[in-house]
Design a protein around this ligand. Structure first.
Ligand code: S3P
Length: 174
């Protein structure tokens, strides 16, 4: 049985997976990998362009391929896209080689973090807060059921969130 040498961060868009992941990787001397970057380099276009030209289904296919390739590496911190949990196979594979943390945030925190950005096609709509509530509602159980641990980030800074993850890992002796 493979050992869990990787740390995977799951959670909604804008919860802070990338920032937390990058800082965490630096602190524990792991390599940081963002599956969204991997998807863009595979598809040779931006995520917005993938959605626009090929639609969400095609995006999800590339997302699974990108994840599979990333999971073959060791000692990495992976920031995943918010929709990765929609495919159970993604989670099953991730869990074999990774300890999975759900970066949990309320829709208000998320909205505050994403309101000035334009690179998330699913939130490019007239009422992004409503869309966040709707998607979060749909995915909440998936996030909770897919993770090993939950780190809530509503009232804490990046450094504290990174420390929480490190403490949990150390407690587990991984
Ligand atoms: C998505 C999240 C995005 C990106 C794509 C779809 C989603 O990643 O993969 O826009 O379905 O939640 P982040 O969570 O890194 O923003």
């Amino acid at each position: 049985m493979a050992t869990k040498t990787n740390i995977a961060l799951i959670g909604f868009m804008g919860a802070g997976k990338t920032t937390i992941g990058r800082n965490l990787a630096k602190k524990i001397n792991f390599t940081f990998v963002d599956t969204d970057d991997e998807i863009e380099s595979r598809a040779k276009m931006s995520i917005s362009e993938i959605f626009e030209l090929h639609g969400e289904e095609y995006f999800r296919k590339i997302e699974s391929e990108a994840l599979n390739s990333v999971l073959s590496r060791e000692n990495i911190v992976i920031a995943t896209g918010g929709g990765v949990v929609k495919n159970k196979k993604n989670i099953d594979k991730m869990k074999i080689v990774s300890t999975v943390f759900y970066i949990e945030a309320t829709s208000e925190t998320i909205y505050n973090n994403v309101k000035n950005s334009t690179h998330r096609p699913l939130l490019n709509c007239p009422n992004p807060l409503e869309k966040i509530n709707e998607l979060l509602n749909d995915r909440l159980e998936l996030y909770k059921n897919s993770c090993d641990f939950i780190v809530n980030v509503d009232k804490t800074e990046v450094d504290q969130n990174v420390e929480s993850i490190i403490n949990i890992i150390n407690m587990r002796g991984e």
